[in-house]
Design a protein around this ligand. Sequence first.
Ligand SMILES: *Cc1c(COP(=O)(O)O)cnc(C)c1O
Length: 420
Amino acid sequence: MSDSAFHYVEGVLHTEGVSAASLAEQFGTPLYVYSRDALTRAYHAYADACAGRKAAVHVAVKANSNLAVLNVFARMGAGFDIVSSGEFARVLAAGGRAENTVFSGVGKSAAEMREALEAGVKCFNVESIPELHALNEVAKSLGRKAPVSLRVNPDVDAKTHPYISTGLKSNKFGVAFADARATYAQAHAMPNLEVVGIGCHIGSQITEISPYLDAIDKLLELVEQIESDGMSIRHVDVGGGLGITYDDETPPDIGDFVKTLLDHIEKRGHGQREVYFEPGRSLVGNAGVLLTHIEYLKPGEEKNFAIVDAAMNDLARPAMYEAFHRIVPVVKRDAQAHNYDIVGPVCESGDWLGRDRELAVEPGDLLVICSAGAYGFVTSSNYNTRARAAEVIVDGDRARLVREREEVKQLFAGESILPD
Ligand SMILES: *Cc1c(COP(=O)(O)O)cnc(C)c1O
């Protein structure tokens, strides 16, 4: 809780100028709470380091796709990185622009390609030869040329969790490095495609710069070959993936990270190319928390459980990756701390949010699950027919509801029972 957006005032946790206790009272729990100031500062860290350089920031929508969050970024001039037509619709609804949007993802449908091409997206990040053919066909039917960048798999180890490492040969993502030059030649030969760039995305929650430099070196080596084959590569997309501090990780500072990569590319003689960044987690992860309320304390012989009203359907990361989230009380108590597993009401043993935490708490207390702004609400589900949480953005001393709490009747509104 060192981040200035979330801090204690006289023993009560606040987001900017608003106490978490008053948020729980006003909006109920479980509740996702974001700080506009934290979102703004993280974006500025990227944008300021890019200022005056040939570089662009495309916010990875999948990390947090709430309209108000996207709108905060759009107002600051951000571009966006999308992986579905659903995300594209959100970007447009949030005030983002097609011409600042790049379309990533391994399985775009023809309908998604058509819609994005008609709207005029900046670039398609293509991941396979069949996808090149499909995009060429779509572009032909529209009498257009589609701007294309290949996502190359540089086969570097990002040294992160296997589920979020994407740049190894064994991953489903990208065109294999060894096949990339020939794949570019194929793209070049397709009349309705225009090769404009190259990219990679080597993983997520990466806390070192060196895997990026290794990946960039491999991409630039390819760029030189591809250009000698008669294509021109205008941009190099270095992907997203910069990590955040959940516990004791020490990722590089965003500004240092951006400058190091830009300087490296320049030193390698490629400073004329535009560099794209696609950050997700590092923009939103520590700008959000999940607020929850303790229903019961259940002491046991081997373990004590704090049963809270948030569950794996609200925040899937612990169940999915055994991810660590710091968990702190909203009101600090002057009492004996005990060891608890923080668990939800869902009928799965995998339904836990934190293990072995020392907490001085009583039933009815509020807890905050920290660092929940990225891959939090967006991966939530209705498992156990649980309505999804509300979302709030705090801006100074005001809090605004930016997504209503779901109602149970919405959850089966599209269902029907069989006729007689
Ligand atoms: C998920 C993803 C990102 C964002 O990754 P973070 O780890 O959240 O920064 C960027 N680009 C692509 C292609 C992605 O799939």
